[in-house]
Design a protein around this ligand. Sequence first.
Ligand code: BYC
Length: 320
Amino acid sequence: MTAMAELGEAELQQHFDDRVAKDQRIEPRDWMPEAYRKTLVRQIAQHAHSEIIGMQPEGNWLTRAPSLRRKAILLAKVQDEAGHGLYLYSAAESLGVDRGELTEKLIDSRQKYSSIFNYPTLTFADIGVIGWLVDGAAICNQVPLCRTSYGPYARAMVRVCKEESFHQRQGYESLMTMMGGTDEQREMVQDATDRWWWPSLMMFGPPDGDSPNTQQSMAWRIKRHTNDELRQKFVDMSVPQAEALGVTLPDPELHWNAERGHYDFGEPDWSEFKQVVSGQGPCNEQRLARRRRAHEEGQWVRDAAAAYAAKQAATEEEAR
Ligand code: BYC
């Protein structure tokens, strides 16, 4: 019996708290409070679902990309998102849940995914703006998660962030190209910016005062910054990028506050956020229906893999 196995609940809790306080990672076999495990499953599953659902708005443009180069880049990006989903489902599985079960919860609307993916992609400029703003927001949120207290989640984030940074640059580069094109292309970029700006700010979650999970998640060092801190960081980062691009961010209250050393900005429409999160956004139904259909159509693949694994196991058994 190991020394850890002989400890009582209070001592285990103390040991856990000490490790978190010292910024050491909690690993799958370590003792952890049940509420910590549940919070991680909730957040990691939502994150994984977002990556998978996030393939849809961009996948929508794969057959209509304006050149072979743009098509190849977009295809690679959408494939990366599938990979991110897989790392994240694996991290969630290390907490004792099953990926199949999490998928069922997503398609039955018992678990959430990011609000941002419930908006439509109306023109190819949306693809550039998703790279610039949505992946930019994702980077702001996810770079600190490389230091989250749960080891498998932190490690998954390192690779995800490297890929996200490529995604962000490809988006910005395609917008730069469009801005150097015709008036119509410039209008498309401005229009896409107008539609995606506020939903991107909502990706960071409700204001801190209305965020039921932040305080505890910060104490456990799952979250390393609050929702409002990250939103501010994103605004500060995006303003000079918008200027370099030559687009206007659709917020009349946006201006530099020298005293704070940050940009002041307007309040997102939180009633819209609540509506989208509760399933009433412009594309919620379509996104879930498509995910459900893909899951059903993939049943034969899962059956074939299970049958093959059973056959392999039986052959190995016979050979013993
Ligand atoms: N959308 O107490 P709060 C990507 C929910 S993937 C929907 O602040 P928390 C990409 C929240 O879950 C982007 N729901 O929660 C992929 C909670 O509800 P429950 C995904 C949201 O967890 C493909 C309630 O509201 N990124 O970038 O402390 C292509 C109260 O909120 C949202 C991640 O998942 C939202 N926006 O903080 C391109 C990052 N915001 O669960 C790009 C990891 C909040 O209590 N996650 N809710 O029923 C996080 O960092 C945190 O979970 C959040 C929310 C900051 C999102």
